[in-house]
Design a protein around this ligand. Structure first.
Ligand code: HMG
Ligand code: MG
Length: 298
């Protein structure tokens, strides 16, 4: 008989993953209101923005203002690809950093303009310094199951990258199905192996929902002992450099599923839906998640 955790932590990635690929320019004040509403709904960990090149990801160009304006209670992450990003984030008062790398070279080249090895080489001293200075470091691992350019990824390659990050002492691994291709069996098997090998590191699952297997993948990962999930309200999201990827699994649908199974999240679903509603008019595609459609039909 499988067992499930009593409590799960949601890391809301809507303001970052959710908006990074949005073609409408979302005004900074709308993002600030969105983030505040998410925090009021009980979200304690969030990816706020990215300190990346504004030429590569124009939507994230207001990272500094965002970070400087919002409450830092809980863990409020920003993505930083390199030394420059880390320095800018530090100047803005960030203390929770998300670094990112793809298991496959082809994706990593498109995303960060480096091979996976070059990225790991660049990141190692950056991570060591951040940890020495007492910062929290989350390592996001893209194309952990499938790559849009190379196809299926050997799980041992993903575990090898995890092993390297853990040897540096990172606090968290966020293991991602970047293009939403993993199935629940693959999800269970990879997360089971990762949970067993790295019992002292926080393990988070990050599912995109391209093929509508996000909730099933979460249920599979729960059974492997995962109790941290990245998700994005409204099912917003996608990486600009991962063709074919749609949004992340929707936070409101994840929270509803967990609550229905008596798993606590600390999130108020009604208030969460109000956060979705605040950003819905500013995004270019209709929000059609199960719980948001119910909310709108009331
Ligand atoms: P590059 O062109 O190789 O870098 O890009 P460069 O060092 O030659 O610099 C080019 C220009 O960018 C220079 O400015 C730099 O100053 C500037 P210029 O002289 O041309 O005016 N620059 C920066 N500006 C602001 N912040 C920085 C920064 N670094 C350089 N940190 C670079 C390399 C990494 C910068 C670029 O490839 C980049 O920004 N990539 C970002 C990619 C990205 O944000 N992808 C989405 C997030 S990852 C994701 O979504 C996956 C995830 O959700 C998990 C999953 O689902 O798989 C996490
Ligand atoms: Mg993502």
């Amino acid at each position: 008989m499988f067992s499930l955790p009593n409590k799960v932590t949601i890391i809301e990635v809507g303001p970052r993953d959710g908006l990074q690929n949005e073609k409408n320019e979302v005004p900074t004040e709308v993002k600030l209101e969105f983030i505040e509403k998410l925090q009021i709904a009980g979200v304690k960990e969030m990816e706020l923005s990215s300190f990346v090149s504004p030429k590569w990801v124009p939507q994230m160009k207001d990272a500094k203002v965002i970070v400087e304006s919002v409450s830092k209670v809980g863990r409020q992450f920003v993505l930083t690809p390199n030394e420059k990003g880390v320095e800018l984030a530090k100047q803005a008062g960030v203390n929770s950093f998300a670094i990112f790398v793809g298991v496959s070279d082809s994706f990593n080249k498109k995303n960060i303009n480096k091979t996976t090895r070059e990225s790991m080489h660049e990141l190692k001293p950056i991570v060591e310094r951040l940890l020495k200075d007492g910062h929290f470091v989350r390592a996001c691992i893209s194309t952990s199951f499938y790559c849009p350019y190379e196809g299926a990824i050997d799980p041992s390659k993903t575990i090898e990258i995890c092993r390297e990050f853990v040897s540096w002492g990172v606090n968290e691994l966020s293991v991602a199905d970047t293009i939403g291709m993993a199935n629940p069996k693959e999800s269970y098997l990879l997360f089971d192996a990762i949970k067993k090998e790295f019992p002292n590191t926080l393990i988070t699952a990050h599912f995109h929902d391209t093929r509508k297997m996000g909730l099933a993948n979460i249920f599979a990962a729960l059974q492997a002992g995962v109790d941290r999930f990245d998700s994005s309200v409204g099912g917003l999201g996608g990486c600009p450099f991962a063709p074919g990827a749609t949004g992340n699994v929707a936070t409101e649908d994840v929270v509803n599923m967990l609550h229905q199974m008596n798993i606590e999240t600390g999130i108020d679903l009604e208030l969460l839906l109000q956060a979705v509603n605040s950003v819905a008019p500013y995004v270019s595609r209709p929000i059609e998640t199960g719980m948001y459609k119910l909310f709108k039909s009331k």
